[in-house]
Write a protein that binds this ligand. Sequence first.
Ligand code: GAP
Length: 454
Amino acid sequence: MLTMEKLIAFCRSRGFIYSGSEIYGGLANTWDYGPLGVEIKNSIKQAWWKFFVHEDKNSVGMDGGILMNPNVWVASGHVAGFSDPLMDCKSCKTRQRADNLISNSKQGKEIDPDAMSVEELEKFILDNKLVCPNCGKIDWTNIRQFNLMFKTSRSAVADVENTVYLRPETAQSQFVNFQNLQRTSRLKLPFGVGQIGKAFRNEITPGNFIFRTVEFEQMEYQLFCKEQESMDFYNEYKQKANEFYTKRLGIKQENIRFENHENLAHYAKAAVDAEYLYPFGWGEIGGTHHRGTFDLGNHQRDSKKSMEYQPEGAEKFVPTVIESSHGCDRIFLATLLDAYNEEEVSPGDTRVVLKLKPNLAPYTVAVLPLQKKNLTEKSEEVWSNLSKHFSVTYDETGSIGKRYRRQDEIGTPICLTVDYQTLEDNTVTLRDRDTMEQIRVKIDDLFTKIASII
Ligand code: GAP
């Protein structure tokens, strides 16, 4: 069985993901993507952009800043409401989320802590004598609401420091730019705006690798529409999210489920989470949210700038928003887990193979000269020509069998071998990652053949 520990070790050793600031002992809940990880992550982002933005004629994209005017976060409700209820253990000095303490306890199995007030959470923890998961003692402080936004300061004028926040979601750029986006793109409702970028949350709970980190990437799409058609779009975008995960990323349908929110975020009128079956249980990878007119309405109120849309020959109104939000890092994790296979090739001989969709694999082709002697020049020529069209790696160290296995492990769909016959008839072999079958192909036909495979 693939455990998180095994996957983390695999990711570290092959160059998918490293611990953040490793040589200084790391920094909790931070990770760095290595050479193979960044290729897959970029491909996931490209697939998302193509599906949500390019393949929809009523969609455009944007790339907003991480720092925004702090009033944005007052209007959005994040300054007042984006917090976790935390308690400190006075004995071991660790900080714990009160809601997690309850839901992880035997007594709290049937309880929904999200529906409880701070007083109710405190009473439940004390009445049921819930112990600190770190040291086993019961010595709690009162609960304090801890805002998840990272603060930094900006001093535009000497000696005056102003608080600014690192954005906790990318969505607000699409909202505050609504008029710019609509006017400059001359789009009529309904239309949508996609954006991919970093978001930051001061998460204190252990992260399960890249599942919960303090810095992560979101892929968020906001559809602006009329209120009357909003529930149809809400259902459509829930289906679209499923199609993206299963058809575009190749995640198995049985590992995806949709769960309606019982307790809605401060901005939402309806919301559904898409969840993936991770080794630690079901966990959210994305969500479809009916945000109503909450964000545009609040920005109109606080900025005193109109957020209304003027249809031809009808009254102006503030559009309703349907949001399709996806966590790139969580999707990366789900994609990798779903693609990871250990296969018995022959009795006693097992291979690891990442059955990634070819367009998501870090390399499409691996060029492998059968031997270094006499074949390097021809192999480098093949590599150079193909690398203009595809992501191609080159490997001439070790036996050909070991090199095939190395490429299987990192998901390379095609291994191309240059051998002595190549020098005679200008053909090479192509080996398929999943079936391990080999075919002989003319070098002149390589582009067409590889393009048809991927
Ligand atoms: N704009 C709506 C929004 O931000 P969210 O459910 O809070 O909604 C959207 O976040 C997605 O971002 C989640 O579904 C998840 O995939 C990802 N995400 C949220 N917090 C995260 C964290 N701490 N680490 C990694 N991904 C996270």
